[in-house]
Design a protein around this ligand. Sequence first.
Ligand code: GDP
Length: 425
Amino acid sequence: MVKAVVGANWGDEGKGKITDMLGKEADIIVRFQGGANAGHTIINDYGKFALHTLPSGVFYDHTTSIIGNGVALDIPVLFKEIQSIVDQGVPAPKILVSDRAQIVMSYHKNFDAYEEERLAGKSFGSTKSGIAPFYSDKYAKIGFQVSELFDDDLLKEKVVRVAEQKNVLLEHLYHKPLINPDDLYKELLEYKEMIAPYVCDVSLYLYNALKEGKNILLEGQLGSLKDPDHGIYPMVTSSSTLAAYGAIGAGIPPYEIKQIITVCKAYSSAVGAGAFVSEIFGDEADELRRRGGDGGEFGATTGRPRRMGWFDCVASKYGCRMQGTTDVAFTVLDVLGYLEEIPVCVGYEINGEVTTDFPVTHLLEKAKPVLKTLPGWNCDIRGIKKYEDLPENCRKYIEFVEQEIGYPITLISNGPGRDDIIYRK
Ligand code: GDP
């Protein structure tokens, strides 16, 4: 049985916590896309961790953590992450890396930074983790696949070819130091040594695991609105954030994904540039940012303050639809307990007309939020375990959102801890 945990919005919905929680029943947890550019924050008995590459399941000793072929594999980051969790007393996790995953090279990170520098004020707000240059090279067929590390003749020939191409841009577009093929070769040999113990034919491994009836959890990064096809292009990420891509990025049949748990945060936050219709500013935003998440809404990778907004029913309805949601996990609801009244975005006004269907980017940029204000519950809901025990206004908020987005909210998260969860049919 395969389940996917994915995001409905711009990322940072609290997927890490939900994955960590569902990981209890999983045998295998797979990262299927993205790279070390976004992170999950996880709090458990061992402490607080920011994971960028490892799946959130690494804290269980019964799970195998897999980096699928769809991931942008940053080998030194992965290595450091394994080290840091072991150093904090977590038992050495069982990790497998797909032999078909491709490698983020040091020049990808350089190109990412050079391009941001070149674009200056018009930049995409990249985290400079090399993700966009990495995926461009993958599809231009000049990336390095993990399997290629074990073919020395190929590597020696390919480093020359790649350096030649990259150096044209480095010299003429960016005016930066050139790549020496020998250094590139050395870099690859270092990576080979670091990654060798983990390399695996992942799709075959998962095929066998499915035959044995194992439980597999696919862990998505970011959310629907950052998908390169269905998101707010071009302010998107470079790999698909949708559950459907889980089949490709892990190497399993699409029909095996039986449950798609889409994580929606009870308010909105976003990082980087791009239209954000329900965005709020000033003191109102500062207060929500300060109280948000666990210790404030600041990027797990960059520490950047996140942009804040009210819950957006239009974006979330679309985000859930694109994921193929079977269940919604509604998170960080406890944070809204300080508000007397809670505005919710229920429509977009575009060129004088109101719609509840999420539009393409150039129309999205014109959209003004249509807000409806719901009464707050004005108390702390942490520690509550049963749906019926939530304050009436809190239940009304949940039920209103559920009605608007059209997908069942079956999980409610009312705190950052693993057990801060309310199940609802
Ligand atoms: P992800 O990338 O989707 O995993 O999201 P983040 O790692 O940014 O998680 C959001 C933050 O919210 C983290 O600091 C979590 O510990 C925290 N968090 C998750 N669920 C809840 C919740 O229900 N309540 C509170 N207060 N914090 C939560």
